[in-house]
Design a protein around this ligand. Sequence first.
Ligand SMILES: [Zn+2]
Ligand SMILES: [Zn+2]
Length: 181
Amino acid sequence: MSRAVADAVARLAIARAAEIDEFMSQVYVQTLEDLDAGLVRRACGYLARLERGEFESAMPSVGTIRNTCATIAAEDARANAQKLLGAMPKSDRAEPTYYCLDCHDEPSGWRVFTCRGVGEGASTADTKWTPCGRIKPHGAHSFAEKCVCLPYNPVSKAARDRMAVAQVKRTTRAQRKGRHD
Ligand SMILES: [Zn+2]
Ligand SMILES: [Zn+2]
């Protein structure tokens, strides 16, 4: 059993104030053991810092951890590819390109998903569903989650910085106006 993965899972449980016993922790470790331990550690570290959503379970599911690993690995690959591409001129690309294909660099980082629900109330419609992670029976609903790119995405960060600067300018202008009028 991978000590590093077990350690990452335990830290995640503590950070999210989730109660997991020895058996649960073993299941987590066994189902994550095929992944790179460093990647799992980073994914758990990322998830540990996320705010707990209203309907989320305290302990992120194995699926969530695996998805986060995949996203981090993809970000790494993209960053490496970018480095290799070096000074490739941006104007050569006709289509809009996004740093994050999931949220299209949404400045707030929020993504909205729709959960089919669980049990009798679950929707049978044929559309794109994302399970919210709750196991108890419930009807279809939408929920929002911060995109995993948020701590890494330079495009959305730049947009947030721009908005913050604009906000400060607006406030300063309003204050100055108030003094002179
Ligand atoms: Zn994103
Ligand atoms: Zn749900």
